[in-house]
Design a protein. Structure first.
Length: 289
């Protein structure tokens, strides 16, 4: 074997090692969000089980929740009303008050906590303080908020793909309610009238999902409104999957395409080098003759 041939083989090995490492890294990047989502889903399932074990809420506690919602209604109308301390309803604010399911974007068992603190929004979704708690009922508008664009989990990223007619289910304080999307709205949080987007509408039962928009810019807020419908009617609504072109799906598709192209290139290189090696061996035989 000539020194030149030996150098070429070492170079080929280095190239294959490098690109094999890139492929391995690509596979890890591809699988990381999927694995994290599986782990997170399992964690949410455990938390939902714990939440359901503390049910049912007693009549006194449920009465307090209704009084709290009445307080919000009168406060929005700037009418005097007795204040209800939130800790009287649930003392441990780090325990979920429920969870939300949105079939059309495959969001399952997303935990709901009191408030919209950083602690809450890093772990799940929260309730907007100036809105009613999500148990439904006349004269209620429950604001439920979650982050978009977080590196390690998908929270409310995909509510932007919801369309009118889609349904979502809210399970809170032991009560399950269903809502059907009927409107989307974008507001500027710096607008002095932005809070009015969550004002209760007389005799209406509404849930409003909110997240930041556009993705990674977060200058405005997207609000998706749902009106209360019976659970039976909600179950009859055909689920249209809206996440085909979501950011996470596109990421997986791009990574798969990249890995496929890289693999095809490596296969091409392998057979090309094998052909050249045979040609060189043939030339060496001819030279020796």
């Amino acid at each position: 074997m000539t020194e030149s041939t030996s150098k070429k083989k070492r170079k080929r090995r280095m190239v294959y090692t490098l690109f094999s490492s890139v492929i391995l890294l690509g596979i890890l990047l591809l699988l990381a969000p999927v694995i994290y989502d599986m782990v997170d889903l399992a964690h949410r399932k455990d938390m939902v089980t714990k939440y359901e074990k503390q049910l049912p809420y007693d009549d006194a506690q449920f009465s307090l929740i209704k009084k709290y919602n009445q307080m919000i209604y009168h406060q929005q109308k700037e009418e005097p009303i007795e204040k209800i301390d939130i800790t009287e309803i649930q003392r441990d604010l780090k325990t979920p008050i429920g969870y939300i399911n949105i079939p059309s974007i495959k969001l399952k068992n997303m935990l709901i906590y009191f408030g919209d603190s950083d602690w809450v929004l890093d772990r799940g979704i929260g309730t907007l303080p100036w809105t009613t708690l999500p148990i439904g009922g006349k004269d209620t508008l429950s604001g439920i908020t979650g982050h978009s664009g977080m590196a390690n989990q998908i929270l409310f990223d995909n509510i932007r793909y919801l369309k009118n007619g889609d349904v979502f289910y809210v399970n809170a304080f032991g009560k399950r309610t269903a809502y059907q999307v009927y409107k989307q709205k974008i507001v500027d949080p710096d607008d002095r009238n932005a809070a009015k987007a969550f004002y209760i509408q007389k005799d209406k039962d509404i849930a409003a999902l909110m997240t930041c928009t556009p993705l990674f810019v977060n200058s405005h807020r997207l609000i998706v409104y749902g009106k209360r419908i019976p659970i039976k009617a909600a179950k009859e609504v055909k689920t249209a999957h809206r996440t085909v072109w979501s950011l996470d799906t596109i990421w997986i598709a791009v990574m798969l395409l990249f890995l496929l192209i890289l693999l095809l290139w490596l296969i091409y290189r392998y057979f090309r080098d094998k052909r050249k090696e045979k040609e060189n061996q043939t030339e060496d035989v001819i030279d020796h003759e």
